[in-house]
Design a protein around this ligand. Structure first.
Ligand code: NAD
Ligand code: MG
Length: 405
């Protein structure tokens, strides 16, 4: 077993840091701005980006006065530009994927928060990696789709990578930080999972799950896609793949543990029997603040953990029969090549269809399994091979969906 651990990130340079927030209007984007607003001496917002929510991005621009605001959608960008001019703001508005790449790689930018949801986050995150930025990575899909290429781009670009996903941020906090190349005595990564809203549901109850039930996560407030991923446990599957790339951990060294209270955010077991855990209230401002300030600790607005109120911590084995997505993700990781890209694309298509109430909850793993079975898996040679595998899997998933909708 060889877990090489994490490449020790460079400390943040002194002085005010220019930050770009990709996906500023999402839950991670909003939490990031909440933490940044507490530290105006450390951060200046350089760019904020969103898909199409004009009013939300406008409000954020008024408060944080970025140099750039980017919308994916051209009409939304036009509407935002008019509103900003009327308000007397000088923020420049851009649109499209190339503009997202530009504000992720501009020479003025020091830090990039990658918090776009899904495959759309890949290109701007890659641009930030190649430009050697300090990347705070929430968009786990980037690592799932193109882990080897992204880690290579980080290294070659001289970028610094800090994980935002609460589990990976927890692992990063308890990983040995000294040795870069030796295994550092790490035996295992214990990745915790809340189990989602259907932890105790029977197989037949799972077939009848409604959208409203699936969107009602017991512990975390998150965007719709990751909330559904948490309900199917695909989120944990994606996180296993994410941990594999971040910490150079073979699949056998990553164990998923269901921990319904979401107080322990993950653990690392060492060869001497020590198990180190990171705990805290389930509030994304903790990992965001840790990554923003690393190696300093920043005040985040998160309340103290009340051990007496929590009183107990429970642990269970995950059930891959009721939650097949977890096993599908482990399988894809072991298959390697473009298999995780295909898994991710099929999942995005199936989750969108479930959110549009076109398919049932358990059709999500059925569609992913069928796409994985029928797709040819190729080595990941370059970004184009990832983009092609993603596009092909989306077409196959859309075809498969017809059988369920
Ligand atoms: P969200 O749906 O709340 O926000 C998504 C953001 O991305 C929005 O700003 C939206 O405008 C933007 N966006 C969506 N599609 C886009 C596109 N095609 N092009 C450009 N921008 C687009 O999502 P979230 O919950 O904030 O999650 C963001 C990412 O962080 C996801 O990858 C998720 O897995 C990860 N993450 C989230 C949490 C959490 O607690 N919310 C925890 C860990 C990891
Ligand atoms: Mg997580």
């Amino acid at each position: 077993m060889n877990i090489a651990g994490f490449t020790v990130p460079q400390p943040l340079a002194t002085g005010v840091q220019n930050i770009t927030i990709l996906g500023a209007t999402g839950t991670i984007g909003q939490n990031t701005l909440d933490v940044i607003a507490r530290h105006p001496d450390r951060f200046r917002v350089y760019a904020l980006t969103a898909y199409s929510r004009v009013n939300e991005l406008f409000e954020q621009c008024c408060k944080f006065l970025p140099t750039y605001a980017v919308m994916l959608d051209a009409d939304a960008a036009e509407a935002l530009s008019i509103k900003l001019k009327q308000a007397g703001l000088t923020t420049q508005v851009l649109f499209g994927v190339e503009a997202l790449e530009q504000v992720s790689s501009d020479v003025t930018v020091d830090v990039v928060m990658a918090a776009i949801v899904g495959a759309a986050g890949l290109k701007p995150a890659m641009a930030a990696a190649k430009a050697g930025k300090r990347i705070l990575l929430a968009n786990k899909e980037t690592l799932v789709m193109s882990g080897s290429l992204f880690m290579q781009a980080i290294e070659q670009g001289g970028a610094t990578l800090l994980p935002i996903d609460s589990e990976h941020n927890a692992i990063f906090q308890v990983m040995p930080q000294r040795q870069l190349s030796s295994h550092g005595g790490v035996k295992k990564i214990l990745l915790t999972a809340s189990g989602g809203p259907f932890r105790q549901s029977t197989a037949s109850e799972l077939e009848a799950v409604t959208l409203a039930q699936a969107l009602n996560h017991p512990n975390w407030v998150m965007g719709p896609k990751i909330t559904i991923d948490s309900a199917t446990m695909m989120n944990k599957g994606l996180e296993v793949i994410e941990a594999h790339w971040l910490f150079n951990a073979p699949p056998e060294s990553i164990e998923v543990i269901v921990h319904p209270q979401s107080v322990i955010h993950s653990m690392v077991e060492y060869i001497d029997g020590s198990v180190l855990a990171q705990m805290g209230n389930p509030d994304m401002r903790t990992p965001i603040a840790y990554a923003l300030g690393y190696p300093d600790r920043l005040e985040s607005g998160v309340s103290s953990l009340d051990m007496f109120k929590i009183a107990r911590l429970d642990f269970e084995k995950p059930d891959s029969v009721r939650f097949p997505c977890l096993k599908l993700a482990f399988d894809a990781l072991k298959l390697g090549g473009t298999a995780p890209t295909i898994l991710n694309a099929a999942n995005e298509v199936a989750v969108s269809a479930f959110i549009a109430e076109k398919i049932g909850f358990m059709d999500i793993p059925r569609i992913i399994e069928s796409v994985l079975e029928d797709s040819s898996i190729h080595p990941v040679s370059d970004l184009q091979s990832v983009i092609d595998a993603d596009a092909h899997a989306r077409v196959t998933a859309s075809e498969r969906m017809l059988a369920y909708s």
